[in-house]
Write a protein of this length. Structure first.
Length: 68
């Protein structure tokens, strides 16, 4: 009985994840730029929020490596 409950919960989680992807338009998250995001509107393109996040992470890593 416990196995059935666990499998049902896993199935529900997978269902909700797929529903969320379909509803939100795929990989694009609901960030603060969602209203003006070309990538979200067209379904393709360049995500400026992700590019900014990666640039900041790379800068922080470079500072950390240079500080050692």
């Amino acid at each position: 009985m416990v196995d059935v409950i666990v499998l049902a919960l896993i199935g529900l989680g997978v269902f909700l994840a797929f529903r969320s992807f379909r509803k939100d338009g795929g990989e694009c998250a609901s960030c603060g730029s969602a209203g003006t995001c070309e990538a979200r509107a067209t379904g393709s393109g360049h995500c400026s929020a992700a590019a900014d996040m990666l640039q900041r992470a790379n800068s922080a890593l470079e500072k950390d490596v240079q500080g050692r």
